[in-house]
Ligand binder design. Structure first.
Ligand code: PMP
Ligand code: GLU
Length: 391
């Protein structure tokens, strides 16, 4: 009964494990959840107030598919002000989360057999939507020895005549690694003279630590500006995961038109109230809240990293951004599915196995939760490891 297309698609592992942890909690089990990819903070008041006003004023109807003009202007202004990227309003489109932006993009550019280069560890969704779009994911392996960053040579070797797109995620989910401006320039040089697109997922742009500087991929050269499709949103930076807002910017107006056409036949516009709220997340009104959350994540990042690095058998590269640790547990157990399952069943700690991100022998631990829960989580993981062989 089911289409061939849907059968190649796997469910999002991050969402599945988080749902399982929540179900176990509801059943009364003592579960600590570190699998969710969302901030524990509430959406800032300035954003909520704008939404409440929009409801009261009756801003509750359909809008243009790609977003109201005020929202598109706010996206254009944000990209110019913060990233030195200069687009017009017909080069941007608002969607129901960056996930839909990515889905629209892959569906609009991938033909059957096209190759999509995805450095691992990768966010769970990329290979799935590449396959769903008829594409072939080409995975470049990286590990903690290079802080999970792909080298220009690795990229060069992965390119074939069928390569259509490279996915870049900086800061990275799940490792928190961040490419420097120079590293992105090097990547850009490898791509020069090809028709390869870059999908630059910049969701964690605002969450960078210890003086790390974020660089927008499209900003490093004229060539990169033209080949890069910038994907961003407010889920992580302004704690708006449930509101469903993301956006995409591209120099190629026909690509934006294609994405709009697809969206017009699927979800239509982003919720009208979310659009009004999102303007406040983009225009600088929430900057103090963003900085408060960033500082809290930075403090947790420091503490969680040193706690894990003091556990015998585990090691972690300190992240430069995002809110995840990608912890190496190969000394204890090479199979990440087995490790994470046993940890959940025996110690009530939910983490996401590295296999879901294409890198076995690791687990992803989200530190987007309070510090006491983090300490208790690491304590449980340590005692789980001490007893691991006996099980
Ligand atoms: N990209 C990355 C790297 C993410 O971690 C997420 C989190 N879900 C998304 C895109 C999608 O976010 P959203 O759809 O909530 O905007
Ligand atoms: N991006 C988040 C994560 O990695 C949310 C879950 C999802 O959308 O898959 O956990």
């Amino acid at each position: 009964m089911l289409s061939d297309r849907i059968q190649v698609l796997s469910e999002s592992m991050t969402i599945a494990i988080t749902a399982l942890a929540q179900q176990l909690k509801r059943e009364g089990k003592d579960i600590l959840g570190f699998s969710a990819g969302e901030p524990d903070f509430d959406t800032p008041h300035v954003i909520k107030d704008a939404a409440i006003k929009a409801i009261e004023e009756g801003f509750t109807k359909y809008t243009p598919v790609d977003g109201i003009i005020e929202l598109k202007e706010a996206i254009v202004d944000k990209l110019a002000r913060e990233n030195d990227l200069h687009y017009t309003t017909d080069q941007v489109i608002a969607s129901n989360g960056a996930k839909q932006s990515l889905f629209n993009l892959f569906q609009s550019v991938i033909n059957p057999g096209d190759e999509v280069i995805i450095p691992a560890p990768y966010w769970v969704t990329y290979p799935e939507i590449a396959k769903y779009s008829g594409g072939i994911p080409v995975i470049i392996e990286t590990d903690d020895k290079t802080a999970f960053k792909m080298t220009p040579d690795q990229l060069k070797n992965a390119i074939t005549p069928k390569t259509k797109m490279l996915v870049l995620t900086s800061p990275s989910n799940p490792t928190g690694s961040v490419y420097t401006k120079e590293e992105i320039e090097e990547i850009g040089k490898v791509l020069e003279g090809t028709d390869i697109l870059v999908a630059s997922d910049e969701m964690y742009e605002k969450l960078v630590y210890h003086g790390t500087r974020f660089t927008a991929a499209a900003s490093v050269s004229e060539d990169m500006f033209h080949r890069t499709v910038t994907i961003n949103g407010l889920s992580k930076s302004v704690a708006m995961t449930g509101w469903r807002f993301g956006y995409c910017a591209a120099a190629n107006k026909d690509l934006i038109k294609a994405m709009k056409k697809l969206q017009s036949q699927s979800t239509s516009n982003v919720n009208s109230i979310t659009q009004i709220a999102a303007i406040k997340g983009l225009d600088g009104s929430a900057d103090a809240d963003i900085e408060m959350m960033r500082q809290a994540f930075e403090a947790r990042c420091d503490e969680a990293t040193s706690l894990f690095n003091s556990v015998s058998g585990l090691s972690v590269v300190k992240p430069k951004g995002a809110f995840y640790l990608f912890v190496n547990h190969k000394e204890i157990e090479p199979d990440s599915m087995k490790f994470a399952k046993s940890l959940l069943e025996n110690s009530g700690v939910a983490v996401v196995p590295g296999a879901g991100f294409g890198s076995d022998g690791y687990f992803r631990f989200s530190f987007a939760t309070d510090i006491d829960t983090i300490r208790e989580g690491v304590r449980r993981i340590e005692s789980f490891i001490e007893n691991y062989d006996k099980r």
